[in-house]
Ligand binder design. Sequence first.
Ligand SMILES: [Zn+2]
Length: 167
Amino acid sequence: MNKNFPIDDRILLFIDKLKKSINDEKIPPRIDKAIRMFRREKNLLYIDKDNNSLKAVIKSQTKPEQLEYAISLKRNGEFFCGTQNLFPCGGLRGKICKHIILALIAVIKSGVGTRNDMINWVENTITHRPKFIKPEATEIFMKYQYALEGKIEWRPVEVLPEDFMAF
Ligand SMILES: [Zn+2]
């Protein structure tokens, strides 16, 4: 990235296209609300993505006392979000929550997934309800713990208010 042009519009393009593509009227307002929050927050995301799944741990840098969240989103549209004490995220209410939206933004920012692919995965969530899988969440948090202890290499992605400057 060129430092002379700090405005990175990949996130804007992604969000824009996502809102237009998604065939669920409840999701765009949820995305807008999430973006308003992200413009005031710094978050660290540990993301793990392969061809069929995205897993992440989200830690607020602005409010470090806040709970950490683990999210999982599969290519087929299965998803969940939950806290480190293994409760489902209260923000889900049947659809993707702000943590999943943030994890998608981290994917776009770090370039580990493409815009069209990620939009596709979100479209696939519409026919699913969130289903919290405790063993999977535990595994994600364990890997995160190992990273914090320096036992494995897992570098976080920072999502900052500046990332939303183009909005
Ligand atoms: Zn959540």
